[in-house]
Write a protein that binds this ligand. Structure first.
Ligand code: PA5
Length: 430
């Protein structure tokens, strides 16, 4: 289960106010459970954990296993909630520099022509044995019309149809049940399709085929991941204390005028997860002039950049740290004969222990510098606990955003840039 440590945070709030905020959080939690809050048509991310669809999870795992046998490259083409979740899980659970299984690449998450041009060149370059690469493409878009994704999809699929006789079986689409341009293309071309349920928004969709197919192709055990989330769901339905405490604390920070939540970790593996929470929180709470800006910091790297600002800049922030208790590896500092580099005091020490000291030192320093620090604790970084962490954050987001009297499930502001961009591009609305 996910634990929350508020020891370096609670002294920044009044005890009585915290108690009232907990009551407020409990009412918001009830709104989520009873489906009585704004946007309650969008609670499918809870429904799928209450009634797991094992047949669909199996179908995805079997399809992914076949792709793994044949693919050199698997491209995930999507943006926002249609790619951050998969990336978060793959970054967290796959070993760096590990070449087992297909290489997972991302596209459709920005509009860089240079990136796409180089990607196309890379796909077309033969392997070291002179054979062509075997490429699969998963286009993911609930609306089926997001420009970044649609342009990358058009580019890659045009080449795939020219290059492979069996392009139709190599292209897999994940989208809404009906409607949208993508569904028309799927019908015309006969691509395999996975459905994103109507009642689940993009940033809450990681445990649907949106996230499950790519991570399964990457070699993640999706049953374990999924049932990790189910176990956290079942636990929090009975005992939501951790969610209430964290939500109540964030709410009080917001009320006191804090502007930023710096979300970070000393485990680089969790930075993709921090990006996922950034989107989840940012698109859910940043409305009606409200919300804590979710800023992401990767430690200890960023202690040598924005760490200065966190320590001594404007006092308008709180911090959330993802902490993994067990070592991710047993790698030690090598022992050498001479102490010229003056590091012999660390001979044979686990990097995990050194990292932990850096983390504890940073928590102390930030706390003393006037920054409340909340630690979100997991014991081990594995599929089960990552599944738990995913549901924990989905629920925290819904509860805390309800406390602000905001609908966590829409994103009306995202349309503004699109309208301005389409005007500039001369898009015909018909
Ligand atoms: O959370 C959301 O709804 C958004 O971030 C979407 O996921 C993102 O805009 C991509 O949309 P679509 O899947 O329709 O292409």
């Amino acid at each position: 289960m996910i634990n929350v440590d508020l020891r370096e945070a609670l002294e920044f709030v009044d005890e009585g106010e915290f108690k009232s905020a907990l009551d407020h959080a409990n009412s918001a939690f009830k709104q989520v459970v009873e489906g009585t809050g704004p946007g309650s048509d969008w609670l499918g991310w809870r429904r799928i954990l209450a009634e797991p669809n094992d047949a669909e999870i199996d179908r995805i795992a079997q399809h992914a296993a076949k792709i793994r046998e044949d693919a050199d490259i698997f491209i995930v083409c999507g943006i926002g909630g249609s790619f951050t979740g998969a990336k978060a899980i793959i970054d967290a659970l796959n070993l760096p520099f590990n070449s087992k299984g297909p290489e997972v690449l991302f596209a459709g998450h920005h509009m860089s022509g240079r990136y796409l041009e180089q990607l196309m060149k890379y796909l077309q370059e033969p392997k070291s044995d002179g054979e062509p690469k075997s490429v699969y493409l998963n286009v993911i878009s609930k609306s089926g019309s997001t420009l970044e994704t649609a342009l990358a999809f058009r580019t890659i699929r045009k080449w795939m149809h020219e290059f492979y006789d069996d392009a139709n079986k190599r292209i897999i689409a994940t989208t809404g049940e009906t409607g949208g341009v993508l569904n028309k293309i799927i019908e015309e071309e006969g691509y395999s399709k996975y459905i994103i349920p109507e009642d689940i928004g993009g940033r809450y969709s990681v445990l649907t085929p949106v996230g499950l197919l790519p991570v399964s192709v990457a070699g993640v055990d999706i049953q374990t991941l999924y049932y990790g989330a189910v176990s956290e769901y079942e636990h929090l339905e009975k005992d939501p204390e951790t969610v209430l405490e964290y939500s109540a604390f964030r709410y009080l920070m917001h009320k006191e005028g804090v502007a930023l939540d710096v979300i970070g970790s000393f485990e680089p593996e969790l930075m993709g997860f921090a990006d996922w929470t950034q989107q989840l929180l940012g698109e859910s709470e940043g409305k009606e002039g409200k919300g804590l800006f979710p800023a992401v910091a990767g430690y200890s790297t960023d202690l040598h950049s924005i760490g200065q600002m966190i320590q001594q800049g404007q006092r308008n922030m709180m911090e959330t740290l993802f902490v993994v208790d067990s070592p991710l590896s047993q790698f030690k500092v090598p022992k050498v004969e001479s102490d010229t580099d003056q590091l012999c005091y660390l001979d044979n020490k686990l990097f995990h222990e050194i990292n932990k000291s850096a983390q504890e030192g940073t928590v102390q320093a930030h706390h003393e510098g006037g920054v409340p620090v909340v630690k979100i604790l997991i014991e081990k970084l594995n599929a089960q606990q990552l599944g738990q962490l995913i549901y924990f954050y989905e629920l925290v987001t819904a509860v805390y955003v309800y406390m602000l009297s905001v609908n966590p499930f829409n994103q009306p502001g995202v349309e503004n840039y699109k309208q301005a961009m389409y005007r500039l591009l001369g898009k015909n609305d018909n």
